[in-house]
Design a protein around this ligand. Structure first.
Ligand code: MF3
Ligand code: CO
Length: 249
């Protein structure tokens, strides 16, 4: 069941989203060669708690940290570690969730570490562009898979592939609510999109194969061919016009 949010609930999610958005904005300068993935997690957790909010991910299905920090071929759910340092030329995806008065905002970005290759830069840019293609269909009159199809079409037209094993989702009182929102599929299927729905739209795009596997830590997902992966996610609200982006300032 897809939960339609009231204006009051959306206002609370807006407040949550503002903190998540500010963290992702500030990480742009925080991410540098020599910074550990644990340093990133500490920054995320301190900022969330400093705003009186709770890190959504901590303890979720036993997840041990506040952020997911995934380097290069790591697609999502990288566990922060003090001995895992960013190096010049890496790309790093950071996924953050903040809970405020019982409501969640969930968003992710992929950052360059110092100077990166042209190919890596293109992957990051296309992943972001996939999100913006998808949300063109995030309004009344369309069906859910119109979003999915637009994301897949953009990614594949640029020569990249779309991860199948992880999907976008409804978000609100729970981090993961109905519906599931794959980043691939035929258009015109699934539920009609309605005002007051709140979604986390999150293309995960790979340079090589779409296939991923989970490492022995039972969390970190990597591309099976070890090609680079990028992630771009925002929490959005369906309105009677353009969708409102809650996690982008
Ligand atoms: N933010 C991720 C998502 O979009 C979930 C993080 S998994 C967690 O679904 F376990 F770390 F919480
Ligand atoms: Co998400």
């Amino acid at each position: 069941m897809i939960i339609i949010k009231s204006n009051h609930e959306i206002q609370t999610m807006r407040e949550s989203g503002r903190v998540t958005a500010g963290i992702l904005r500030d990480l742009k300068d925080f991410v540098k060669p020599g910074v550990s993935t644990k340093d990133i997690d500490d920054f995320v957790e301190e900022t969330i708690r400093g705003n009186g909010m709770t890190p959504t991910f901590k303890g979720y299905n036993g997840y041990p940290a506040s952020a997911c920090v995934s380097i290069n071929e790591e697609v999502v759910h990288g566990i922060p570690r003090s001995d895992r340092l960013l190096a010049e030329g890496d790309i790093v995806s950071v996924d953050v969730g903040s809970t405020w008065k019982g409501y969640v905002s969930d968003a992710a970005r992929t950052y360059p570490v110092g100077e990166i290759s042209l190919a890596a830069r293109k992957l990051i840019e296309v992943t972001e562009a996939c999100f913006f293609e998808g949300i063109k269909y995030c309004r009344e009159g369309f069906r859910l898979s119109d979003i999915s199809h637009a994301i897949q079409t953009k990614a594949e037209s640029e020569g990249f592939s779309v991860v199948r094993d992880f999907v976008g989702h409804g978000v609100g009182r729970e981090m993961h609510e109905d519906p599931q929102i794959p980043n691939f599929g035929r258009p015109g299927k699934g539920p009609r999109i309605m005002k007051g729905m709140t979604f986390a739209i999150e293309p995960m795009i790979n340079q090589g194969t779409w296939k991923v596997m989970v490492l022995e830590d039972n969390w970190t997902a990597v591309t099976v061919d070890r090609s680079l992966a990028a992630h771009y996610e925002n929490t959005i609200v369906v309105t009677d016009g353009e969708p409102e982006l809650l996690t982008l300032l």
